[in-house]
Design a protein around this ligand. Sequence first.
Ligand code: EPU
Length: 336
Amino acid sequence: MIKFENVSLKSLNTFGFDILATELIEIHSEQDIIELYQNGQFNQPYKTIGGGSNLLLTENLSQLVLLNKLLKKELVSETETTVTVHFGAGENWHDAVMYCVDNGWGGIENLSLIPGSVGAAPIQNIGAYGVEIKDTFESLRAFNTKTGQFRRFSNQDCRFGYRDSYFKQHPGEWIICYVSFTLSKNPQTNSSYGDIQQILTEREITSPKIKDISNAVISIRSSKLPDPKDIGNSGSFFKNPVISKSQLSDIQQEYPNIKSFSINETQVKIAAGWLIETAGWKGYKEGNVGVHKNQALVLVHYGGGKGSEIKTLAEKIQHDIYNKFQIHLEFEVNIW
Ligand code: EPU
């Protein structure tokens, strides 16, 4: 392990906020975690950072911050039709996706270019373009910082929901060490999301391979979503809210073009990006922060600002959307 004191987390959060951590420890192995446990480090509050891509830092951190750097990319077993691959939680998510795509193993190609680490992926049940990680997730191994025991979590144990899991509901209790996925050697591609099909058609690809899907997703994401290297952001800042079909009918009286997706008999998911854009916030700028010009669900930091500015802006948007549509927008991002 490597220990740092009074270190800036600027390069460790994709918003790029210059926040100080009193104590930062990089962990490289399960042995490092065991040592920290034996030294009583987990008797006090601590926080874990993965890729820092779903994180809004608003104040200096006086508690211990762990940086998960457990690395591994390994094929652990295979059948005639599937492979099970094992990744260290500290691996970069997109690199892990590319490793699978380049080997011809299908199932997570629609999740190309999502910023963040492998270990954070199950916490959020990351999803994009018709796929969520719960669809191919096999299991994970995590350390309980209260009991000092390792435990395997199956797909069911993780209680995945929309950008939600058991781990999101139990913060500060588990350190995710390794994550496994079961992928297909004869993949069926999923181009059901409109934008993907449109790109494949433009490229005259009629029988797409997983590499084609991955390339299409990379093109869409690069055109719609700002690259954190250029403009600080954490992807979608809000979740897409779920409302009842009867509430939707009421809203449609005034806004017939509202974008919604049926999720069951009685409920629909609303495109929060549409709500925010329709309320007039798209491209809005205030001080060092704003709402992205191409995707209103993404809040951006132009540099030199503070996390609290993003929080204030997010709350203003929340209030405005509630006043206009009577819909509560929930934050997707974790606020520290
Ligand atoms: N829309 C607007 N205005 C906007 C943005 C979107 O009207 O400013 C409309 C679009 O026209 C479209 C609908 O909203 O009809 C959905 O837009 P999009 O396909 O861009 O997806 P999203 O619902 O805004 C979700 C995820 C993204 C994921 C995309 C693609 C959430 C909170 N966000 O966004 O995930 O990449 O779908 O699958 O579920 C993330 O979680 O950080 C993230 C980027």
